[in-house]
Design a protein around this ligand. Sequence first.
Ligand code: PAF
Length: 281
Amino acid sequence: MTLIETVKELRAWRKAADRVYFVPTMGALHEGHATLIREARKMAGPDAQVVASIFVNPLQFGPNEDFDRYPRTLETDLAICQEAGADMVFAPAVKEVYHHDRSIQIHETSLSNVLCGASRPGHFDGVCTVVAKLFNFVQPDDALFGKKDYQQLAIIRRLVRDLDFPVDIHGIDTVREPDGLAMSSRNRYLTPAERAQAPALRAALLKARDAWLTGVTGTRRLLEIIHYYLADEATLGRKDYISIVDRDTLQPLDLVQNNGLIALAVFFDKARLIDNIELVR
Ligand code: PAF
């Protein structure tokens, strides 16, 4: 596996490569990322190349968010990429990606106004800008993103559609701990007591989906089920949002016939956890 840190070297590498499958990350890799790389390896077969990027993108962190303390674990990350089957890792420094006087960035105007975007202004503009730049650097044919960040996935599909990137986007199922907690680099911020309550997020989503599968289509009732469950089982958590939306447009629904998504974000003391579940037949 090759490690590349400059755009110049990356461009030379790309000229020699044929088809590329790409997994962008911010590092602090866990089994969720390893699964994305393994899936990319499966899709790529022996002939195409698998590239992962590791870049903690300052543009997608708000002023009071965890950019400075976001875990940076390059050595371990490289070992995980190698084990999962990456051919190349692109790990640039901030100054390699952003000019000090940069003055252009992407602004998404619809899908970012809800869910996480509502409480993290500018976050998805930062994500879109860096993903567009990474696509320009790496020039992948395919890119893989986890469904845990479902809003991000929907926005990147829109980015690719609206700005005509010739990249096929693949959404990959969330990888979970045995007790159901979605894997996340931020789980390490949980205290033992919070960690014990965190699986309640997934359990609440499953309860609501079970109700939907037995015919409850009204979102008010489905939301009540989640609220009551979390009020009992996640007493250390504080709700940021719980919403039921169309899974493509992310617009709120009153009734879910099909194509729904329940998404939630809950603050524990130092960790803000997100999770979601699709309501599709
Ligand atoms: O999901 C992430 O890790 C980041 O948002 C991404 C897509 C790598 C952009 O920085």
